[in-house]
Design a protein around this ligand. Structure first.
Ligand code: GDP
Length: 368
């Protein structure tokens, strides 16, 4: 069951649609959606009391195992909801973390996800039932005493903190070698373009299409699938155009609204690929009625990771699913295309060239 609180925020409905897609991306089947219109979340149970009972009954009747909430919950909300509904509770952050954990491929991405997961867990560690009882009865049985007054919970916290700093060191070592690679690329003076934008918008399809046309023969194609977060790791490919002009194209993590802060932090180094680019290519699913909100999300995420003044072209993709004519160029930095069509990719390459190679005079801008 996906659940959410409608507190009057304007993107509520859209964020619930997205939540269902996230659940599917995590291989879960959504049975139903339950909303509650409310001024602010209940500090103890997130939902109001009656709603918690309703959710429990619906879950019970449908043999539901998991309830997903649209917002990140406080540790006590999480515990109380779990007790009140008899189901596993997954908040939006935990759901995104699970997806990321399943998709991470490189050592770097795996470390980044692990760190984010531990940071999420840290404040949510639970006191065991017996310790809670001890606290209530003021001191307890004598069997749970831990010398210097350290509780099991404190020990768990310390263990996790140790683990986090250990992983951070490992990540720092990898980041260093990645930075060296990036510097080498910068030195080689091959200009770089980075695909950015909402997840599922068609970035991998564009990457694959261009690699197929202009990549080295042995290049593998990037994983492309109709699923959120198909792309988690950055991949960089070198493309050589028929006139021997070369550039690097990178494909990076897809964006999604309400991306947990821990994740944005953790993925900064992956996203840094975009920060080093000479040109950003924002891919937009033009057939999605929410495409404007998605563009806003992308802009916000880019700002969050400190990318603000790199030139950007907008690629309105999946035009084949709309009534709009394509491929077309609008101004000199917007194209309406379909990543699955050859003429579209040609037009896109032409616009990329114009931005990357200053002396390049466009030849095919007259394509209808
Ligand atoms: P990414 O997450 O941004 O890398 O998105 P993908 O490249 O994996 O594409 C997501 C889905 O949209 C896949 O099923 C693609 O086949 C599909 N797709 C991509 N571009 C187009 C397009 O121009 N037209 C149509 N109809 N589907 C597309």
């Amino acid at each position: 069951i996906i659940t959410g609180l409608d507190t009057g925020q304007k993107d509520f409905d859209y964020s619930m649609v997205e939540l269902a897609e996230l659940a599917q991306a995590n291989h879960m089947e959504v049975v139903t959606r339950i909303d509650q219109v409310i001024d602010r979340p209940n500090p103890a149970t997130y939902f109001g009391k009656g709603k918690v009972e309703e959710i429990r009954d619906v879950a019970d009747a449908n043999h539901v195992s998991t309830i997903i909430t649209n917002d990140e919950l406080s540790p006590s909300q999480l515990r109380n909801l779990e007790e009140g509904t008899d189901c596993r509770i997954l908040d939006r952050t935990a759901l995104i973390l699970e997806i990321f954990a399943n998709r991470a491929q490189t050592k770097e991405a795996k470390l980044q996800v692990q760190i984010a997961e531990l940071q999420y867990r840290l404040p949510r560690l639970q006191t065991s039932a017996s310790e809670r009882l001890d606290q209530q009865t003021g001191g307890g049985s004598g069997f749970t005493n831990r010398g210097a007054g350290e509780t099991k919970l404190e020990m768990d916290r310390r263990t996790i903190q140790h683990h986090i700093s250990h992983l951070r060191q490992e990540l720092a070592a990898i980041d260093k070698s990645e930075q060296t690679k990036r510097k080498l690329r910068a030195k080689s003076a091959i200009p770089t373009a980075a695909l950015v934008g909402y997840t599922n918008s068609g970035k991998s399809t564009i990457m694959n299409g261009l690699v197929r046309k202009y990549g080295a023969a042995e290049e593998k194609t990037v994983f492309e699938k109709n699923m959120l977060f198909a792309t988690l790791d950055t991949s960089v490919r070198q493309l050589t155009l028929p006139d021997q002009k070369r550039f690097l194209l990178s494909d990076t993590v897809g964006f999604v609204s309400k991306l947990p802060t821990h994740l944005v932090e953790s993925f900064k180094s992956t996203l840094a690929e975009a920060a080093n680019a000479d040109l950003l290519i924002q891919v937009i699913d033009y057939s999605d009625p929410h495409y404007k909100q998605m563009m806003a999300t992308t802009a916000k995420t880019l700002k969050q990771i400190g990318i603000e003044d790199i030139p950007m072209i907008n690629v309105f993709n999946k035009a084949d699913k709309t009534e709009i004519e394509f491929p077309i160029l609008e101004g000199d930095d917007q194209v309406v295309i379909s990543a699955k069509q050859d003429a579209s990719l040609d037009l896109l390459v032409d616009v990329i060239k114009k931005h990357l190679f200053k002396d390049y005079v466009t030849a095919t801008l007259l394509i209808p």
